[in-house]
Design a protein around this ligand. Structure first.
Ligand code: NAD
Ligand code: LMR
Length: 329
């Protein structure tokens, strides 16, 4: 029997596809540990509240020993009141043929009010993890709206891309995924992201030593990871949900757990100008955690090829920031 105080977690879009894979794992202890109770604040828009009631019934029906409470609301001030974590999933997913940036006009306006409510109501230690697309720029909007909070509390997700890249590298090298480490995803969670094979390690050695097909690393590997979300939508008729939920669990665990020496995790965090990236962008970097706070890992080798790829994704994010300038005031 645990005696730890519950962690209070707000999850938006709680009646959606990703949430349906996420909530049950959070409630079972997969995110914060098997001795840490969680209290869930499930936030939805009004028309989805009936469906959310059904999800809450199913949570009841699991009798999770760690689930200390479930509240449902469409009121942001109630939903974020006192929470330690705000996981912002609720937003429209793209359909086949769209880029994630096409969602900015419809989804961008969601994140300002949420950022403001979090700044006003959440616990002083709150951390905000944005999933709804386009997640880099949505997290930028939320961060600006919550300017009272330290910028480093705002994250967004490139972990799904890291996991995709890890599997591709493991397959190409003929090893287990556990042998792959130090996989960085640079820049935007979009088709311009740069999955970094140069610094990746396989069985502790450079991936470029373990995989002889360098033409594939420079082309097929990168495009497979960049376009994997679209490939899932094409095949499934809906955007990734279970793998996205898994990426959220992995991300939060990697923020609260010290990173292994010589490894990194891929996270979107505020740029402080590392690697020449414009300050203030929410940018995908290799990051390490000491269990309390996260730092961008310095010293990654970037050759001309990598720099050119990173320049493309940086330019896209600068463009997205300009597109939402009105929402950043
Ligand atoms: P979904 O349509 O199944 O669910 C979204 C839910 O959000 C719906 O129930 C909707 O009612 C709710 N919602 C909409 N606006 C809201 C608001 N203002 N407040 C609270 N809830 C709101 O979509 P999904 O498949 O769960 O995907 C959610 C988002 O996550 C999409 O934008 C998708 O593109 C994105 N996504 C990101 C990643 C990533 O790696 N960053 C991966 C997968 C999906
Ligand atoms: C993904 O990477 O699977 C998500 O961002 C959904 C999408 O639109 O591709």
């Amino acid at each position: 029997m645990t005696t730890k105080p519950p962690i209070s977690v707000a999850i938006t879009g709680a009646a959606g596809q990703i949430a349906y894979s996420l909530l049950f794992r959070v409630a079972s202890g997969a995110m914060f540990g098997e001795d840490v109770p969680v209290s869930l604040r499930l936030i939805e828009v009004e028309p989805a509240m009936r469906a959310l009631e059904g999800v809450a019934m199913e949570l009841d029906d699991c009798a999770f020993p760690l689930l200390a409470g479930v509240e449902m609301t469409s009121d942001l001030d109630v939903g974020f009141d006192g929470v330690n974590w705000a996981i912002l999933v609720g937003a429209m997913p793209r359909k086949a043929g769209m880029e994630r940036r096409d969602l900015l006009s419809v989804n961008g306006s969601i994140f300002g009010p949420q950022g403001r409510a979090i700044a006003k109501r959440a616990s002083s230690d709150v951390r905000v993890f944005v999933v709804g697309n386009p997640c880099n720029t949505n997290s930028l909007i939320a961060r600006h709206a919550a300017h009272e909070l330290p910028p480093e509390r705002f994250f967004a997700m490139t972990r799904l891309d890291q996991n995709r890249a890890t599997t591709q590298l493991a397959r190409a090298a003929g090893v287990a995924v556990s042998q792959v480490s130090n996989v960085a995803i640079w820049g935007n969670h979009s088709a311009t992201q740069y999955p970094d094979f140069l610094n990746a390690k396989i069985s502790g050695k450079p991936a470029t030593e373990m995989i002889s097909d360098h033409a594939w690393l420079r082309d097929g590997f990168i495009t497979t990871v960049q376009k994997r979300g679209a490939a899932v939508i094409e095949a499934r008729g809906a955007s990734s949900a279970a793998s996205a939920a898994n990426g959220i669990i992995d991300s939060v665990r990697s923020i609260i757990t010290p990173t292994n020496a010589g490894d990194c995790v891929s996270l979107i965090v505020p740029s402080k100008g590392e690697y020449g990236i414009p300050e203030g962008l929410q940018f995908g970097f290799p990051v390490s955690s000491d269990g309390e706070s996260c730092q961008v890992v310095e010293g990654f080798e970037l050759d001309d090829f990598a720099r050119a790829k990173i320049a493309i994704t940086t330019e896209e994010l600068v463009g997205e920031r300009a597109e939402v300038a009105e929402l950043l005031k």
